[in-house]
Write a protein that binds this ligand. Structure first.
Ligand code: BES
Ligand code: MN
Ligand code: ZN
Length: 496
């Protein structure tokens, strides 16, 4: 798909196959935007007389295709309902772009001139432009590798983001960011959607290697189990040893700052390529979805791709803790005690709480890069879905400013995070009779106690944990989250 900016100031003469315009609903009346009014004028009122019939209510995501409207060069005009104009924001632009894209995909239209982000008034247009791209790209996504009969490619080839008053450099940046973030999301979705027999720790390492090959600014290093043994990562290894698939600790470094020695921002991802629960075996229903348990690692890799595409003026180090959690004769048993890289001993009371076991060694290891900030993302707890459902991810942090920056970034780009508390009362729930820490917390608040476990390994730096258990996938499809949130966060950091 080609995305471009278009500054035509008369949509009636746009040369694309179709002009996409927003229509707002106000107290049972429908209202055209700037571009819509221009088209209406050019058509001598044809569009408003169609709207006057009252069939098109302009509720958010309603669409109506018009053909061969007089006085308009494009052979089609797509009306897209956008709800109340006062509620129209970046989030709605994403929604209505997806709706427009779905309608367009049923047609033979090749190119569109899209005025959906043009109608944000009194708010920055740039996020709306970015959202148009993300919305279109998201709705065009599909992984067809495993279908023997492939669907025809959509005929849509070009989306022009049109602005009736021209555009400046910030609009171009917003468009480029949207493209970069969409590419990052696609990588994340592909990786997470691949089944567990394909997407193994080795496959993640190979994908990361090809990303490093694609960008001069990205270096890679992969730790094998023998290397981790030497480093004393026995917590990580206690998970991977139950599987025939070798575990990998994958380290990528992005150098975008003018000073190569500038402290990096660290992104750490949980990459459990399949989580059976281990000896604490999970029930069978929907266990297939545990192929998505590497969503944190996939999200960090996608974010790195977006960052490298945008050539952000920062340094980033990514650590992916990739392992498969299986029951076997070599698997950890409940009650086993292991020593983490940091020296903290852990009683593995439940082998299904494996995410924190692989992450704690990754979080210790990343310390050697002297990061200014460490953010981890993990599909860590089912409890997070109980707390926040599938709409918003959880953020837990030892630094108020960092937590706020993450929530702000999420609000900007419509990939939200909500903070949950931490603290000693919760930490105490992780007591073990024999070791320094148990790997599960007694007495509820599972998302918080999981974060408190990680927090024992992150005391040396500013740290935030994103629990993306509810947001990394929807139904049976990966979402590409939290790539938008983290990309926006990195953009904001680069502009600081
Ligand atoms: N990967 C799961 C968490 C999960 C479950 C994410 C369902 C998304 C949907 C994680 O490894 C896990 O099994 N967590 C346990 C922790 C418990 C044993 C303390 C959980 O949430 O049940
Ligand atoms: Mn588990
Ligand atoms: Zn898991």
């Amino acid at each position: 798909m080609k995305y471009a900016l278009n500054s035509h100031n008369n949509p009636a003469t746009d040369s694309q196959d179709c002009v996409v315009i927003p229509v707002f609903s106000e107290d049972k009346k429908v209202i055209l935007s700037n571009a819509g009014n221009q088209l209406d004028k050019a058509s001598a009122g044809e569009i408003s007389s169609i709207l006057d019939k009252g069939d098109f209510k302009a509720n958010t995501s309603d669409t109506q295709m018009l053909y061969d409207v007089a006085g308009i060069k494009a052979s089609r005009v797509l009306l897209v309902g956008c709800g109340k104009s006062s509620d129209f924001e970046a989030k709605t632009v994403n929604q209505v772009s997806q709706a427009a894209s779905k309608t367009l995909q049923k047609t033979s239209i090749k190119s569109v001139s899209c005025y959906l982000s043009d109608s944000i008034t009194g708010k920055p247009k740039s996020t709306a432009i970015t959202q148009t791209i993300i919305g279109f790209a998201d709705s065009l996504y599909q992984l067809q590798d495993y279908k023997s009969k492939k669907k025809d490619a959509p005929s849509l080839e070009e989306v022009c983001v049109s602005l009736s008053n021209g555009f400046d450099e910030s609009a171009q940046t917003a468009l480029d960011n949207g493209i970069a973030i969409s590419e990052g999301m696609k990588l994340t979705r592909d990786l997470a959607n691949h089944p567990g027999n394909v997407c193994t720790p080795t496959f993640i390492a190979e994908t990361a290697t090809s990303l490093a090959n694609d960008y001069k600014s990205v270096d890679i290093d992969v730790l094998e189990e023998a290397d981790m043994e030497k480093l004393g990562m026995h917590s990580f290894l206690s998970v991977s040893k139950g599987s025939d698939e070798p575990g990998k600790m994958i380290i990528l470094q992005y150098f975008g700052a003018k000073n190569k020695k500038q402290q990096p921002i660290a992104l750490v991802g949980k990459g459990v390529t399949f989580d059976t629960g281990g000896i604490s075996l999970k029930p069978g229903a929907n266990m297939d979805e545990m192929k998505f348990d590497m969503g944190g690692a996939a999200g960090m890799l996608g974010t790195l791709k977006a960052c490298a595409e945008m050539q952000l003026d920062i340094n980033v180090v990514v650590v992916l803790a990739a392992a498969e959690n299986m029951p076997s004769a070599r698997a950890s048993k409940p009650g086993d005690i292991v020593t983490s890289m940091k020296g903290i001993t852990i009683e593995v009371l439940n082998t299904d709480a494996e995410g924190r076991l692989v992450l704690c060694d990754a979080l210790t290891y990343v310390g050697k890069y002297n990061p200014s900030i460490v953010i981890d993302a993990a599909t860590l707890t089912g409890a997070c879905i109980v707390a926040l459902g599938h709409h918003i991810c959880a953020v837990l942090s030892n630094d108020d400013a960092l937590a706020n920056d993450l929530m702000d970034a999420g609000n900007t780009i419509h990939d939200r995070a909500w903070r949950l508390p931490m603290g000693d009362d919760y930490k105490k729930q992780l007591k073990s009779s024999f070791a320094d820490l148990g790997n599960i917390g007694a007495g509820g608040a599972g998302t918080i106690t999981a974060a408190c476990f990680l927090g024992e390994f992150t005391k040396d730096y500013k740290w935030a944990h994103l629990d993306i258990a509810g947001t990394a996938w929807k139904g049976k499809d990966a979402t590409g989250r939290p790539v938008p949130l983290l990309s926006q966060f990195l953009i904001n950091q680069a502009n600081k």
